[in-house]
Write a protein that binds this ligand. Structure first.
Ligand SMILES: Cc1cc2nc3c(=O)[nH]c(=O)nc-3n(C[C@H](O)[C@H](O)[C@H](O)COP(=O)(O)OP(=O)(O)OC[C@H]3O[C@@H](n4cnc5c(N)ncnc54)[C@H](O)[C@@H]3O)c2cc1C
Length: 473
């Protein structure tokens, strides 16, 4: 084949990287172990209804800037349905809270949210955030990483945040955004999210109007092929071939070898750990050790087809309770163009410790129906005509203490070998945005080494408005 570059993994990171290299005129071979592309953001056909379902429902935000730039390049950016108002609808034991999405400059954008929050917390709970808010405003990306040794729950207590506020706001929001309980979360990962909530206004959520993988898989694959490359499925890389500190090719599981002097591993940490560890190359052992430190955060995603519309809401989130199962809910009939006017199709995610691996599918479906009925009274008269449950062993790696500083840069000690993936050092939480940014960063590094430097990655977001004035220089 003799490609200019090999990209291993056809998830968002690999396809973003491969497209950028192809756009720069390289012949790229993408090697994907699965029979389809998309990885943790893939979609497939539900045989009963013919609907393309995703591995689990995904949401983007206006802060998914690299991911949106990728969609813009592919001509699919308008396939995101943006929701300006409400910012989010929350559901807790006391009912629904529709949170507004004010346009005031940061941090004033938080003020209109306060009355809603104070209906669930006392004034004292609210005031207990002053110290942590000041600390967040002072942080920059470098000082933030110093907090990686601390655990999020202990840090919140140390900053004086009162237990009621931790239980109502922090536990739910960090489970939804970072997928771990506060006791297992890095304070650095938590504060990265909080400083942007505080220091950036105007952000809101968006939802794919069609199957998630349709947004980016066909277009990126076409770009690779158009530039003389190929995307190969069922092509699991089993071994890296390294000679005298240089990458010379990769071996596939079924026996083929592909020679190449450039390779990007756009893979989850456990796969990088295995390939780097088994390469026999001493210089790659620190990368293997770092990658082994990352642990998976599982998801269980449930799809319910109702016989009628059951809600006016597109999207809502349940606050955390020990008895709860799902965190976020979506009515695809209010999001997908192909389902407009149809009965509700509710998709929901159970995240991390809430994804009860020991529950059989029937129990997951029953509990999900119960939770939908608690939110949407119309569902109490409705019938579920079809259901399916997807179990994902790793949605994202857990951002536990110590992981922020272990996220690797694209370059490795082996010439011609780079890494990408949501878990690498992108300065954004593991997500589709991190995956897209990592792919762009890896492509920049490959092109730079080839003597054709290009700027591809969009900078990670930073604080704005008045909050920016307090940031430590
Ligand atoms: C249910 C669910 C809900 C989520 N919700 C959101 C959300 O709302 N918003 C958001 O931004 N993110 C969300 N995420 C996270 C997001 O999907 C991931 O962060 C992102 O897709 C990771 O992309 P990636 O390219 O880094 O990795 P992957 O998608 O894991 O891609 C790696 C690819 O490499 C392949 N591969 C593995 N080993 C080999 C090998 N040896 N040889 C060849 N190929 C190999 C895999 O098959 C895979 O296709 C969610 C994830 C899940 C599962």
């Amino acid at each position: 084949m003799n490609p200019d570059a090999v990209v291993v993994g056809a998830g968002i990171a690999g396809l973003r990287c491969a497209m950028a290299l192809a756009d720069a005129g390289m012949r790229v071979v993408v090697l994907e172990a699965a029979p389809f592309a998309g990885g943790r953001a893939s979609s497939w056909n539900d045989e009963t209804t013919g609907l393309q379902v995703d591995i689990g429902p995904h949401v983007v935000s206006t802060e998914h800037r690299n991911f949106m730039a990728m969609l813009k390049r592919l001509g699919t950016a308008e396939q995101i349905l943006w929701q300006r108002r409400p910012l989010i609808t929350l559901h807790d034991s006391r009912g629904q809270l529709r949170m507004p999405s004010p346009r005031l400059p940061a941090p004033l954008h938080g003020l209109p949210l306060l009355p809603r929050a104070l209906s669930r917390m006392s004034m004292r709970d609210g005031w207990s955030h002053l110290r942590i808010a000041w600390r967040a405003a002072r942080l920059n990306e470098r000082t933030l990483r110093e907090l990686d040794v601390e655990e999020a729950h202990a840090y919140l207590r140390e900053m004086g945040v009162r237990p009621a506020a931790i239980e109502w706001f922090w536990r739910s929001s960090m489970l939804a955004l970072l997928n771990v309980p506060l006791e297992q979360c890095s304070a650095a990962s938590m504060m990265r999210v909080f400083r942007l909530m505080l220091g950036r206004s105007g952000w809101h959520f968006g939802f794919p109007k069609l199957a998630l993988s349709q947004l980016y898989v066909p277009g990126t694959c076409r770009a690779v092929v158009r530039s003389g490359g190929q995307v190969l499925f069922g092509a699991r890389v089993r071994r890296l071939r390294v000679e005298q500190g240089r990458l010379v090719g990769v071996d596939l599981e079924e026996g083929h070898t592909i020679d190449s002097s450039r390779c990007v591993l756009a893979l989850p940490p456990q796969e990088v750990a295995a390939l780097a560890g088994e390469s026999g190359e001493a210089a790659l052992q620190p990368l293997a050790t770092a990658a082994r430190y990352f642990r998976p955060s599982p998801y269980i995603s449930t799809y319910l087809w109702f016989d009628r519309p059951v809600t006016q809401e597109r999207f809502w989130a349940r606050t955390w309770t020990p008895q709860g199962l799902n965190t976020d809910f979506y009515d695809l009939a209010r999001i997908r163009t192909s389902l407009a006017g149809e009965p509700s199709v509710i998709a929901a995610n159970a995240i991390g410790p809430m994804a009860r691996a020991d529950w059989p599918d029937g129990r997951i479906v029953e509990q999900t129906i119960r939770e939908v009925k608690e939110f949407a009274p119309l569902a109490r008269q409705a019938h579920v005509v079809h259901a399916r449950v997807h179990r994902t062993a790793m949605a994202i790696p857990q951002p536990r203490p110590g992981t922020e500083v272990l996220r690797p840069q694209p370059a490795t000690p082996v010439d011609g070998l780079w890494v990408a993936g949501d878990w690498t050092d992108t300065s954004v939480p593991c997500s589709m945005e991190s995956a897209a940014r990592s792919g762009a960063l890896a492509a920049e590094a490959v092109l730079e080494a080839a003597g054709r430097p290009q700027k591809l990655a969009i900078a990670a977001p930073d604080t704005r408005g008045f909050v920016r004035l307090f940031r430590a220089r």
